[in-house]
Design a protein around this ligand. Sequence first.
Ligand code: MN
Length: 167
Amino acid sequence: MDDKDRKLGSYRTKRNFAQTSEPEGHEKSQNRLYVVQKHAASTLHWDLRLEHGGVLLSWAVPKEPTMKLGLKRLAIHVEDHPIEYAKFEGDIPKGNYGAGHVEIWDRGSWKPEGDVDAAMEEGKLEFQVAGERLHGQFVLVRMDRDEKKDNWLLIKKDDESSDAAPK
Ligand code: MN
């Protein structure tokens, strides 16, 4: 079992790969993929995924991510996903974990500021995104964590790409 397999334990446990067409996770790559998937599960949300260390770090964002400066979006840190998930679109069948339609909302690459593992531990991840809908500087800040939840905020930082601050 390599590091990737250990990280994907939670992801695999939740899914029945005989039923869902989601990937099991065999691909190895060292890129910095960025993707947001719009996921019409029981509750509509946007899944933000950032490739790091052989997996996709993942957050479920209940409201559509925004380029608006300073606007805070709740981002629930969820289990690491396989690299191939960045390409996944389709329908997760009824009765399965996350059942519902998934489509790619945005994709591109990302670049962290500083050490990602340290930032994840500390609860403050600053990064640049180069996507179609989202681009420029963002920060993810951990707000609240216990055994059941790991809630962060996704915030657009001030740069030439940000929209004016919300009123
Ligand atoms: Mn989801």
